[in-house]
Design a protein around this ligand. Structure first.
Ligand code: AR6
Length: 177
């Protein structure tokens, strides 16, 4: 499937195994690591990534910061901070949109071609996956009008349920367009 010239791939897997230019971490405002995908990434990437995160001095919700990838196969990690569902007075969807578009813009600025996203905010932060999908789609569509370098976007889902939801949403919406 494609959105403009960008290939969209949806897969089940562990994002720390991804051999792409950049993976996107679902971090928290401190950027100092945590549980979930953030914990898995820091554990395998190693201390050099934590050091770079410390130098960034945190990250606002919806923003994105980049580091190299330490021991991982990918070249870079983009750390973005998703909204906590129901905790931002109705701004949750905008903040999640910002996570995706800011991550894509940052990857593009670094001339990166392939990017793998985790399902930001859909774990501990409680955002229902179904509600995230139109937001993700809009961010990619808006970004694609200004894209220079990104050729492939992957969504790496940890479980079959989320994988199925992504697949049916993107198949349906991309068929219509
Ligand atoms: N590869 C791919 N996806 C994963 C992996 C993995 N190795 N591990 C978990 N997931 P979460 P959030 C999925 O909770 O909701 C952290 O403590 C998981 O199944 O990691 O944005 C941070 O430090 C879910 O679908 O991120 C923050 O404090 C998705 O990744 C907070 O959690 C995101 O779940 C951020 O919460």
């Amino acid at each position: 499937m494609k959105i403009q010239n960008i290939e969209i791939i949806i897969k089940i897997g562990d994002i720390t195994d991804e051999n792409v230019d950049v993976i996107v971490n679902a971090a928290n405002n401190s950027l100092l690591g945590g549980g979930g995908v953030d914990g898995a990434i820091h554990k395998r990437a190693g201390a050099s990534v934590l050091e770079q995160c410390k130098k960034h001095g945190g990250c606002a919700t919806g923003d994105a910061k980049i580091t190299t990838a330490g021991n991982l196969l990918c070249k870079y990690i983009i750390h973005t901070v998703g909204p906590i569902y129901g905790r931002h007075g109705g701004l949750e969807s905008l903040l999640l949109y910002n996570c995706y578009i800011n991550s894509l813009k940052l990857a593009d600025e670094y001339s990166l071609k392939t990017i793998s996203f985790s399902a930001i905010s859909t774990g501990v932060y409680g955002y229902p996956v179904e509600e995230t999908l139109p937001i993700i789609y809009k961010a990619i569509k808006d970004f694609s009008a200004k894209n220079n370098n990104i050729q492939e976007i992957r969504f790496v889902l940890f479980d079959k349920e989320k994988y199925k939801l992504y697949n049916s949403y993107f198949n349906a919406i991309l068929d219509k367009n």
